[in-house]
Design a binder for this molecule. Structure first.
Ligand SMILES: *[C@@H]1O[C@H](CO)[C@@H](O)[C@H](O)[C@H]1NC(C)=O
Ligand SMILES: *[C@@H]1O[C@H](CO)[C@@H](O)[C@H](O)[C@H]1NC(C)=O
Ligand SMILES: *[C@@H]1O[C@H](CO)[C@@H](O)[C@H](O)[C@H]1NC(C)=O
Ligand SMILES: *[C@@H]1O[C@H](CO)[C@@H](O)[C@H](O)[C@H]1NC(C)=O
Ligand SMILES: *[C@@H]1O[C@H](CO)[C@@H](O)[C@H](O)[C@H]1NC(C)=O
Ligand SMILES: *[C@@H]1O[C@H](CO)[C@@H](O)[C@H](O)[C@H]1NC(C)=O
Ligand SMILES: *[C@@H]1O[C@H](CO)[C@@H](O)[C@H](O)[C@H]1NC(C)=O
Ligand SMILES: *[C@@H]1O[C@H](CO)[C@@H](O)[C@H](O)[C@H]1NC(C)=O
Ligand SMILES: *[C@@H]1O[C@H](CO)[C@@H](O)[C@H](O)[C@H]1NC(C)=O
Length: 279
């Protein structure tokens, strides 16, 4: 409540002039009880709330949230592990912030929830596909090469993945000399990944990249274009996989395939007794 009053006092001059916009602006703070089909869930310490949604153990036919934003709250040795998916790859959900909007993910293969992270090995690039995510925060891109004939001077050998004849190495992307001739170092595989930039004057790439991998990276999300009308009408977007239809969940519990009637503006007006601005 104190939050609400705080924003109220700040917005009061504005409120007198533009009462309508005021109600829109506090929409993000509304309790999920206004959207009974958009319940928030806790998974370990993570709150899964719109536009994220929980992937249930049984196949869901309908969800409230963005496509691709489903989070699987799976159970591993009695511990809850929130898992998100980018493309076909799994990521441990380290944290979510709804204001400002960001999600911190760790590639599952190198995450702290996997027992053997002493000798981590990334297996895939980060594939954001068409999802409305952007890399955010201070990050650095690492490039891994596996099964190579040698290690270039600017790169660092990964000892636990190298044999006398087959070398693996890591380097910071774009730290290679300009016009470097990669064909002199043939490799079987290459993977690129993004991590928080944890590197400083007291760290080295070869010692500290495993720690960086286990801290992961941060993504910011934006509204999907398809969802604009629904959200601007006070609704929340979703999907019905039975009918293949996009849904809009309105405040008060109504569900439509179009958009809401701005119902939540009226409801809020009444609940907080904000009547017409004094003249
Ligand atoms: C939402 O409302 C319910 C019941 O009114 C309350 O139990 C819950 O703590 C509220 N959640 C938030 C995030 O305010
Ligand atoms: C969710 O996690 C469970 C347990 O790890 C797994 O069996 C299931 O396939 C996962 N669901 C999806 C959609 O990946
Ligand atoms: C998640 O992020 C919030 C805000 O930055 C921070 O206060 C909280 O400690 C973080 N939680 C974890 C588990 O890192
Ligand atoms: C790392 O790569 C991502 C995706 O290509 C890009 O958005 C980001 O700006 C890069 N970061 C740096 C520090 O170059
Ligand atoms: C090198 O290639 C072999 C054969 O394909 C494979 O079994 C091995 O896992 C690879 N090593 C690394 C570090 O990728
Ligand atoms: C070493 O790399 C070669 C290709 O360069 C590959 O055929 C071979 O399987 C690798 N051996 C091991 C033990 O990884
Ligand atoms: C790169 O190295 C390969 C093998 O040594 C050589 O055949 C090729 O001409 C070189 N390319 C350039 C652009 O120097
Ligand atoms: C919008 O208003 C019309 C007319 O009052 C009503 O029939 C319809 O059900 C409403 N739709 C929603 C989503 O509230
Ligand atoms: C709003 O005002 C009405 C009539 O003035 C009153 O009956 C009601 O209790 C008030 N509601 C709140 C939440 O203060």
């Amino acid at each position: 409540m104190s939050n609400l009053f705080h924003s109220l006092s700040l917005s009061l001059p504005l409120l007198l002039l533009f009462p309508f916009f005021f109600f829109i602006s506090i929409a993000a703070q509304f309790n999920d009880t206004d959207y009974p089909r958009c319940q928030a869930y806790k998974c370990a310490s993570i709150t899964i709330s719109y536009p994220f949604w929980r992937i249930d153990s049984e196949t869901p036919t309908q969800y409230c949230g963005y496509e691709g934003f489903g989070i699987n709250c799976s159970n591993y040795n009695g511990r809850e592990i929130p898992t998100a998916y980018l493309g076909s790859d799994s990521y441990y959900v380290h944290n979510i912030s709804y204001d400002p909007k960001w999600i911190a993910l760790v590639d599952y293969d190198v995450s702290p929830v996997v027992p053997d992270v002493v000798c981590p090995r990334v297996r895939h690039n980060i594939d954001l596909g068409d999802l409305p995510f952007n890399f955010w925060g201070q990050n650095v891109n690492l490039s891994f090469h596996f099964n190579c004939t040698g290690v270039p001077s600017f790169a660092r050998e990964i000892r636990w993945l190298s044999t006398p004849t087959n070398k693996s190495f890591v380097h910071t992307l774009n730290s290679e000399p300009e016009n470097f001739n990669w064909t002199e170092y043939p490799c079987l595989e290459e993977v690129e990944t993004t991590v928080f930039d944890v590197f400083g004057p007291t760290t080295t790439l070869e010692n500290d990249f495993p720690g960086a991998l286990s801290k992961g990276f941060e993504l910011r999300w934006v509204r999907t274009e398809d969802c604009e009308k629904c959200e601007e009408s006070g609704g929340r977007c979703g999907y019905n996989s039975n009918t293949g239809e996009e849904m809009c969940f309105c405040s008060g519990g109504k569900t439509t395939t179009g958009y809401c009637n701005g119902t939540f503006v009226k409801t809020r007006r009444f609940k907080f007794n904000f009547t017409s601005p004094p003249v």
